[in-house]
Write a protein that binds this ligand. Sequence first.
Ligand code: NAI
Length: 488
Amino acid sequence: LATTLPFKVADLSLAEAGRHQLRLAENEMPGLMALRAEFGEAQPLAGARIAGSLHMTVQTAVLIETLVALGAQVRWASCNIFSTQDEAAAAVVVGPDGSAEEPAGVPVFAWKGESLEEYWWCTDRIFDWSAEAAAAGADWIGPNMILDDGGDATLLVHQGREFELAGAVPEAAADDSAEFRVVLETLRRSLELSSDRWTRIADELRGVTEETTTGVHRLYELHARGELRFPAINVNDSVTKSKFDNKYGIRHSLPDGLNRATDVLMGGKVAFVAGYGDVGKGAAEALRGQGARVIVSEIDPINALQAAMDGYQVARLESVVGDVDILVTGTGNKDVVRLEHLLALKHLAVVANVGHFDNEIDMAALEALPGAERIEIKPQVHEWRLPNGRSVLVLSEGRLMNLGNATGHPSFVMSNSFTNQVLAQIELFTRPEAYPTAVYVLPKHLDEKVARLHLDALGVELTELTPEQAAYIGVPVEGPYKVDHYRY
Ligand code: NAI
């Protein structure tokens, strides 16, 4: 792969189709459009150079163009090999005022169906600002902000810097996954070209804003080990993110993915949902809404009790696996569905994951199973014929199926998430002194602001406190209305 390309997407001629979708999405993303109106003139992100790694969908395109409208320079990759919508990627590269012949938008490195090698190459590209440096007549510039989803961009900087300090990339690492071997290879090539590239980038970064549960988990771990190199804002734990996108987003996009992939009727079937966190709650509700009989599994007694009180059977997968028609994982944990489960499922049961990484279902064990045969029904839908004579249908090779088999969450819910992202980018970029290296969440008044920006579009009439009522419950009339530990 050439490294001098200013962008790499599937097909720029898709830009017009993408632009139509962006236009419709803008109407469904009132939070982002309100930020453009509020901050467009002040340009709070002027000087920000954002390396973005987040599913390259239509909704992300509106996010990217909002960051640009607020003054930022941006480079972008997707955070999953299957999640790019090629028409959205093309539209972002061409930009609102460019053409396929003369693209005038943002450099994007993403297409649907990347190999792992291509995926990490794309992630590497968002850190290469040599084209921007040349345009500015500078020797070198790097990004000064990361916008991450799942933590892969953040991981590359931290690992790269660690190996530079050690002077070499180790032959093997504690994480022996196929994917991590590709990361090592990517960094090995990088180290051959420069011995201090990632160190310089880490020094220059003002911070990262992280989108999802799994990425946030990685950040807290890095910080606890004393290894976090720059401040981070945990966008996921804004209430208007995880309690909306993770739950209502999945409630919409999980059945969408199931329908586009297989079109099997959900009504009357036995569906199993592993994990009853925000994502699991949305998944279970959607499946029940379609008339499926839903069984939930949990390791946490609080969530297990919640699921039971919401009316679901709560069971271990091994206790009920022989009855399951549709199996969905959304735990953020690994090895949740193992080979013994896959072998015990009903013939042609559908197996799908909506947790961030592809290790929730032990695909490696399935791939290594002697006598198992993989038949492509269509892209991202595979029948695995098992040696016991039965088959299972695996969606998106065990990766996020709501993005691989469908187009991810709809615009309105992503407007909530991405309004938090933009506010978090503004916070970290404009007030670095307020954020010594640690992991933060946005203050509650901003969380409430995000929600407020989405009320009019839904015709919500909010009740106003009288000063007497406000004094009685001990909150300001204009909010914030809840203590920080309130759980909603
Ligand atoms: P969460 O922490 O709220 O919920 C996960 C639940 O899984 C927890 O209640 C935990 O107790 C449970 N769990 C852990 N190990 C388990 C096991 N072995 N068996 C059964 N239950 C188990 O996290 P959240 O926000 O629901 O996210 C879950 C995953 O989905 C994360 O990887 C997150 O990054 C991802 N995500 C995916 C989205 C998508 O569009 N597909 C959107 C948002 C998040």
